[in-house]
Design a protein around this ligand. Structure first.
Ligand code: ACO
Length: 435
């Protein structure tokens, strides 16, 4: 068998080094011994945006981007989307195995009984401006939960940690629904413990004067499937934020708020809202070729297309397309679907997109379903944050339990000035300051 090592010759010194290879990686710290002199700091790698750097070992989510594979804890996403509920999948991500019937019953009971918000949180949210973005409200409110649960700082107590995890998963729909109703000027609807996770969320969003909210089963199931698809995605930008902020031993509310902040960006979870704006801008099928031409000329990006990891069709996008058909049977077809399908058809045949392996990602079709269900585009990213909390928290726990992890702290390549003499302000000139 070939030796599991890498031999490097440093042409600056003619020295040869042998580094162990484990799981297809070398340890960056093993490069430090490669020096040109005893004073030399040692060799580092330069990897802006972590294009080729593994920052952790993980057993939560597996992605093979070239083959379009996504698995949570070994289960293909397609199987989980077909057979499980979101809370079952959240349990799987957090505990490593699918729950037994009794475990699931207990888990659902626990989550259901943590959905209420403290009244101070409700009052806090009511002070936002009437047109505050729901994602900004969600992020600020999740951070504010740290004031309600100060005991959450005890992050190395597993029971305490689990309690905060349950609270976060349970309260995110309540916070999101409150944000939505605040933007409409509607009163807050309290959770209904008779309903399941997604039905209760719909209840808190849309209940008006009827004594009991009854969700349309197809729509509740579609939302549940969308939640399963969004629950985790290994070391993406927001999961990496969760691990990075969590590595400072920050409490889970502040850490989750930071991860949600990363998700809010238009290149990450904010893309679903941007897709709808883009489809509005295109307006009709006939305008698609001109829009694609504009993108190819370097004017913006095709939102909902491309992925750092998938260089093949995003498996979640396939399931979303199927789910869209079920939803449209109830809501009627969203006319934006025709524009999206045409955009996909043309892009997938176009050399620019083919060469760069740009395929629709999870955000391309999700917004069209959300809109058909009655959500405003500003709500879309919050709908992503609710289920992603399970993934963030699973990644956070794994990081805390990993004895190899320390506070995250990358290195830099210094490109600034050497030390220079200080000049008193009275003696400074513009020329001097800029040389
Ligand atoms: N439209 C047009 N061109 C694109 C797109 C796109 N959506 N995405 C990438 N490209 C081009 C880039 O311009 C680049 O071209 P070049 O080689 O000629 O310079 C090439 O494809 C490679 O793209 P990178 O930006 O290097 O890829 P990266 O892995 O850094 O970015 C990202 C991935 C951020 C997702 C990118 O594809 C993008 O901005 N897509 C649109 C936003 C989006 O849909 N984000 C959601 C991602 S999924 C999620 O986070 C849930």
């Amino acid at each position: 068998m070939a030796q599991q090592s890498l031999t490097i010759t440093d042409n600056r010194t003619n020295q040869t080094y042998t580094l162990p290879v484990e799981n297809g990686t070398i340890r960056a710290m093993d490069l430090r011994q490669i020096k040109t002199s005893p004073e030399d700091f040692g060799l580092m790698t330069y990897d802006p945006a972590f294009m080729n750097t593994a920052s952790c070992r993980s057993s939560i989510t597996f992605i093979d981007g070239d083959r379009g594979i996504l698995r949570y804890r070994g289960y293909p996403i397609e199987v989980l989307a077909e057979h499980c509920t979101y809370l079952e999948v959240a349990y799987l991500l957090l505990f490593g195995d699918l729950p037994t019937e009794q475990e699931l019953k207990n888990w659902v009971h626990e989550i259901t009984h943590h959905t209420m918000l403290h009244e101070s949180t409700r009052h806090f949210m009511q002070q936002f401006r009437y047109n505050a973005h729901p994602m900004a409200m969600l992020i600020s409110t999740v951070a504010a939960l740290s004031t309600v649960y100060p005991e959450s700082k005890d992050i190395f107590n597993p029971d305490n940690r689990l309690l905060q995890i349950k609270r976060l998963i349970a309260k995110l729909p309540s916070i999101t629904a409150l944000a939505y109703r605040h933007s409409l000027g509607f009163p807050y609807v309290y959770p209904d413990n008779d309903l399941n996770y997604t039905e209760n969320f719909m209840n808190m969003l849309w209940k008006m004067v009827e004594p009991k909210y009854v969700a349309t089963p197809v729509l509740a199931r579609a939302l549940d499937i969308l939640f399963i698809l969004h629950a985790d995605h290994e070391q993406n930008c927001s999961a990496n934020t969760m691990r990075c902020v969590g590595s400072a031993h920050t409490d889970p509310y502040l850490t989750t708020a930071a991860a949600a902040g990363a998700l809010a960006g238009p290149l990450h979870g904010g893309a679903n809202e941007e897709v709808l704006k883009m489809l509005d801008e295109i307006g009709s099928k006939q305008n698609v070729p001109a829009y694609i031409k504009k993108i190819k000329e370097g004017h913006g990006k095709l939102m909902g297309f491309g992925h750092r990891v998938y260089k093949n069709y995003d498996p979640r996008a396939k399931i979303i397309k199927w789910t869209a058909e079920q939803v449209f049977e109830v809501t009627g077809r969203n006319p934006k679907l025709d524009i999206a399908l045409e955009l996909e058809r043309i892009a997938l045949e176009d050399d620019y997109f083919v060469k760069r392996k740009l395929y629709p990602n999870v955000d391309f079709y999700s917004g069209i379903i959300y809109q058909a269900m009655g959500f405003k585009p500003e709500m879309f990213t919050a709908l992503f944050a609710i289920p992603r909390a399970a993934g963030w928290l699973a990644q956070w726990q794994e990081m805390l339990n990993d004895t190899e992890q320390k506070i995250a702290r990358p290195r830099q390549v210094w490109t600034g000035r050497e030390v220079r003499p200080f000049v008193p302000i009275t003696k400074r000139s513009l020329d001097m300051a800029r040389t």
